[in-house]
Every structure is written in C-alpha cells, then in structure tokens.
Design a protein around this ligand. Structure first.
Ligand SMILES: *Cc1c(COP(=O)(O)O)cnc(C)c1O
Length: 424
C-alpha cells in the first residue's frame, strides 16, 4: 500500500488524541524510533523533545527494555492476576520498593496513569469508609492540576479545563487555588490560605487531597514551592485526611530528584506513578500505599480493595518496567538531568525579552516558554519539519521534556526551535 493510501485510511478511520475526526489535523507517519529520534516514512528524523508525552526518558527502544519485552513475550504474554502471580510483577515491585521512601511498599498495578489515579481515589474512599467515615466521599485538588482523562481523573483536574464540558457527568470535588509562589522563590504562608480554608470548611467531607507535587504538568506547566507540600501534609494529618501525590509525570527523575516529593521531604499516604515507569515502551502505572492504609482498606466490609482490571500487571508491561528500573540504575541519570537543566536555563532565559513570551521556567529536564498566544497548528507543523525538532505545544505553552540521554548539541537545537515558535 502506498504511503498516501495509508494516510488516507488514517484520516477516514483513525481518531487521534484531542483531534477532530471531521477535519483531522496533520499527522506524520512514524516508522521507527531509536534513542532521541523518531524516523518518519519519508526518511526524515525528528528529535523527540517531549519524550513522546514525557515517557521515553531513557530514549526510544532502549535495547535492554526491548530484550526484556521480547523474552517475556516468548514465555508468557499474559495471565490473569487474580489467583496468579509472576516474576515480572514481583521483580518490578521489589525494584519500586527499593527506590521509594521507606513505608510506601504496597503496590497495586494499573493499566495507565488515569486508572492509577482512579485507584488512588477509590483506595482513599475505602479507607475512610472502613474507619466509619462514610461522609468522606469527596476529594480536594488544586486548580491548574492534571490527573488524567478518564471521568474520575478528569473530575480531579483543573475545573476550568475539559471539566466544564463534562460537568453533568462528573462527580463533584473541592478545589483550592493554584499555589502561586514559585519553586525557588521565598515562601509565604498566604499561598496555603485557600487550601487551609477549604480543609477547615469542608474537611469532614474529604477523603483525601490529591496534588502533583512541585510540578503541575498537563494543565499548567507550573513549578510551585515545596513548602506548600509540608503545610499540606500537616493540615491533612490534623483532620484524618489522606494525602495523594500524583507523580505520574514527575516520578523517575524528571525534576532532577528521583521523585518530586524529595524536594519537600514529605511522604504521601498514596503515590501514583506511570509514564517513565516502563521507559516509554508499554502502558503501565501503579498506585502505591503504606501498610497502614492497605490494612485499613482491607479491614472494611469488603475485606479487599475493590478493583481488578482484565490486564492487571500484564507480564510484558511489568518486564518492561523491571528493565527500565535496572536501566535507570546503570547510568548517571541525575547528572544528565542536571546538565539538561543548566542548558535549558541558559538557552531559554534570553527568550524572556521576546514580546510573545510571558514567562520562562525550568526545573530538571523540563523547560517551559509560556506565551501570550500559541502559533497555529499549521505553523507548528511547518516549524517542526523545518527544524527537525518534535514539539507539541498546548494551551499557552511551548515546552520541552527531552529524554535524559539528549546530547548538548540536541538541546541547543531544541531550544532554538522553541525560540522560533516564540517568534524569535
Ligand atoms: C499523564 C498523567 C496522568 C494520566 O496518565 P495516562 O497514562 O495518560 O492515563 C495522570 N496524572 C499526571 C500527573 C500525568 O502527567
């Protein structure tokens, strides 16, 4: 089949993310991906400056992960996880427990990040019900937050995002103002006032607070002060409210620490991870909690956590996860992220003077240009192909979250392309 025919079939039948099916946006035909590059059908290569939605942190198709997937596929692609266990799940759980702060050691595997968030919310509610706190059936979250696209996760995400469109079907939760004090700026208690008031007034109805620690990604691309998390931990403890950290975007090194919670030195009761978990190879996520929460959840009427998806702990995904964890230990990821952070700061900061640029922010391997207004999708598409740098701006943000293995020369190409998008 000719490339043009394939692309025409795609336009007729295949729906793409956040895309119109009536008049589909331009898409490129990807045929291979290796390291920092995605190769297209016409032979051109693009530097993947967004790690394919923040996942491929060790580059695309790392040989060690590919080998683990192949070996597992030959032995056993899948087996149901009720009544069975298997080595890939056990090994991945062990690797996670080793790198997580002590105490977070009960692991529930989920199919995707959104599902992990749903599981965290269900766990929190089951925990409260088991303690006789049956009124606690709501959660609190932050404006500007992003926790996924399924109904339950969307209901916890920024109430002004897609939320408004689906208002009728979404469960109602409580939202505090977005933290305004920047990462690295001087802390002021006033920043916590909105959350303090919310918990004071509605605390009895709240099972848990969910936040993305330090970095609000999918909706706001915003870095806030870690002190906020310390205040939040104290306020939750004072009222028997659980604290959920959604580290699906930040987990495994993205902000320069293995987990973003390390910036604050605060532990949640429940942690969600995903994205980099399998090195960007297969969908897998996890909801991780403490012995106390797990014991309480299972002491309730149900006697168990009531969730169990068909493909839970898929062996191929778990094998990819285990290999990805080992790969992370095999090189100086932190040195690489800090080098990228330095380069992004040096090269993006000068764009602050461009008229189109409202703000510039960098933390770890995340660089953000907040614009007054984004260029059109057609302009972005043209620029991507002119520069050979794959960027996927959204809302007001031109950003990069490159693989940690991205070279200095490639970072320069990425920041140049970002500057062009900002009219520089
Ligand atoms: C991406 C993301 C999710 C959703 O994960 P999916 O795998 O896309 O369902 C949830 N929370 C955060 C913080 C994310 O960045």
């Amino acid at each position: 089949m000719l490339l043009a025919e394939k692309q025409s079939l795609d336009r007729q039948h295949v729906w793409h993310p956040y895309a119109s099916m009536a008049s589909p946006p331009p898409v490129s035909m990807a045929v291979a991906a290796q390291g920092t590059k995605i190769r297209l059908a016409d032979g051109t290569e693009l530097i993947d400056a967004v790690s394919s939605w923040w996942c491929a942190a060790h580059g695309h198709n790392p040989p060690a992960i590919v080998a683990a997937i192949q070996a597992q596929a030959e032995r056993m692609c899948h087996v149901m996880f009720a009544g069975f266990t298997h080595e890939p799940a056990i090994e991945l759980a062990e690797a996670l427990v080793k790198q997580l702060p002590a105490g977070l050691n009960k692991i529930f595997f989920a199919d995707s990040g959104s599902i992990a968030v749903e599981c965290a919310a269900k766990m929190a509610v089951q925990y409260q019900v088991a303690r006789g706190q049956t009124k606690r059936c709501h959660l609190a979250a932050l404006k500007g937050g992003y926790h996924g696209d399924t109904l339950g996760a969307m209901a916890l995400s920024d109430p002004n995002g897609m939320h408004t469109l689906f208002k009728g079907i979404l469960p109602q939760h409580f939202f505090a103002e977005q933290p305004k004090i920047r990462f690295g700026a001087r802390w002021d208690d006033a920043d916590f006032e909105s959350m303090r008031l919310l918990l004071e007034q509605q605390g009895e109805k709240i099972a848990a607070v969910i936040v993305e620690p330090v970095f609000q990604g999918g909706n706001a691309m915003w870095f806030y002060h870690p002190e906020y998390l310390k205040k939040l931990r104290k306020a939750c403890d004072a009222q028997g409210i659980l604290l959920i950290f959604d580290e699906i975007a930040t987990g495994f090194g993205r902000t320069g620490k293995r987990f973003a919670l390390e910036h604050a030195g605060v532990l949640p009761d429940i942690l969600t991870v995903g994205k980099i978990l399998t090195g960007g190879c297969v969908s897998l996520a996890a909801t991780i909690t403490t012995k106390h929460v797990a014991d309480t959840v299972c002491s309730g009427e149900a006697g168990a956590f009531m969730h169990g998806p068909t493909y839970m702990a898929n062996p191929i995904a778990c094998a990819a996860g285990g290999a990805s964890m080992r790969l992370m230990e095999s090189y100086d990821w932190q040195g690489a992220v800090l080098r990228i952070e330095r380069e992004l700061k040096e090269q993006l900061e000068p764009y602050r003077s461009l008229p189109a640029v409202k703000d510039v922010r960098v933390l770890g391997a995340i660089g953000v240009l907040e614009l007054h207004k984004l260029p059109s999708p057609e302009q972005v598409h043209a620029l991507v192909h002119a520069t050979g740098v794959w960027l996927r701006p959204f809302d007001r943000f031109v950003y990069t979250m490159p693989p940690f293995i991205t070279s200095s020369e490639e970072i320069s190409r990425i920041t140049m392309a970002m500057g062009h998008l900002a009219g520089g």
